[in-house]
Ligand binder design. Structure first.
Ligand SMILES: Nc1ncnc2c1ncn2[C@@H]1O[C@H](COP(=O)(O)OP(=O)(O)OP(=O)(O)O)[C@@H](O)[C@H]1O
Length: 298
């Protein structure tokens, strides 16, 4: 394990930002940390890089204490508010960070990948929000870190930049780096992560692979232009699986096999019922996070 948090507590005055978090990030895997605003994600990242001292509990980073100086060249971090020098030109800062590492990445290749070439001479404070994000990512990755902590790396990025960042992250993962990534984009987590941790109000609500979290088939959900409730019993007899009917919505439980789909659409044809929407398969990770953390604003 590259990161192990045990009973981690962080209090800001009377507010408990982390309330006894137990969490691991397996080596060579991408762990996505999901959770609503204020869940404690950034606080956890800050503790991991030694920027914040936990109130209690322990945190082990590559087998060491987070404040161990030996971690400086082994851990790459991209924070939400950057923590970057603002007055210096972006290229100068990147070159400076690269010089702190024994085997840095090729600067030209990295800056081309993140579209930073034209921004090389521009002071960091003059970069747009998305450009600054990409620059911060470059500084996190330039030293080929073993552990990479990315706090919302794609927040505010345009779709092109988001895809470029996803490609880079996949490559890092393929090269054996351990990655901890916070995001609000559940489809991003579902696509990239090996391991997902859902945090809410400073507590871990669930963790596992995306597949484990989304669980088993939830069957078929069919939106109709007609109230299907009078047909519920008829459909159960036809399909031989439980059917839940509410005005306009039919939920057919069990595995949505091609045979079940065929029967349902055949039934709709025979009854002249229009299908407006049909969804087969799993819950999305977004459904799971909302179910675990509720819909109230934080
Ligand atoms: N320095 C501080 N003093 C007081 N409270 C703080 C401080 N920093 C963070 N908090 C509070 O701690 C909680 C956790 O904040 P944190 O930034 O870790 O959340 P987050 O999960 O990263 O949220 P977001 O998704 O909005 O970035 C929040 O309620 C926040 O208001």
């Amino acid at each position: 394990m590259s990161l192990v948090a045990s009973k981690l507590v962080v209090r800001y005055g009377r507010h408990e930002a982390l309330a006894g978090v137990n969490l691991t990030a397996p080596t060579g895997r991408l762990t996505a940390l999901l959770g609503p605003n204020g869940a404690g994600k950034t606080t956890l990242v800050e503790c991991t890089v030694g920027l914040r001292q936990p109130t209690s509990g322990t945190l082990e980073v590559l087998g060491r204490a987070p404040t161990d100086r030996a971690l400086r060249t082994r851990v790459g971090v991209m924070l939400q508010d950057g923590g970057l020098p603002l007055a210096a030109p972006a290229g100068y800062v990147l070159r400076h960070v690269a010089a702190m590492h024994a085997n840095p990445r090729d600067l030209r290749e990295l800056s081309d990948r993140l579209g930073l070439g034209p921004l090389w001479r521009r002071p960091v404070r003059r970069l747009s929000g998305g450009e600054r994000q990409r620059f911060a990512l470059a500084t996190a990755l330039v030293g080929r870190p073993e552990l990479v902590l990315l706090d919302e790396p794609t927040a505010g990025l345009d779709p092109q930049a988001r895809l470029a960042v996803h490609d880079l992250v996949r490559e890092l993962r393929a090269d054996g780096a351990t990655i901890l990534l916070t995001t609000h984009l559940t489809h991003e987590a579902a696509e990239l992560a090996d391991h997902v941790v859902v945090l809410d109000a400073g507590r871990v609500r669930a963790s596992g692979t995306p597949q484990e979290l989304v669980g088993t088939d939830r069957g078929l959900r069919i939106l109709l232009d007609t109230d299907p409730t009078p047909f519920r019993a008829e459909l159960e007899t036809l399909l031989r699986v439980p059917v839940v009917a509410s005005p306009r919505l039919l939920e057919v439980q069990g595995t949505p096999t091609p045979a079940v789909l065929h029967q349902v659409t055949g039934w709709a044809r025979d009854r002249d019922v229009r299908i407006l929407e049909l969804a087969a398969g799993h819950r999305s990770l977004e459904d799971v996070v909302l179910a675990l953390t509720g819909r109230e604003l934080r």
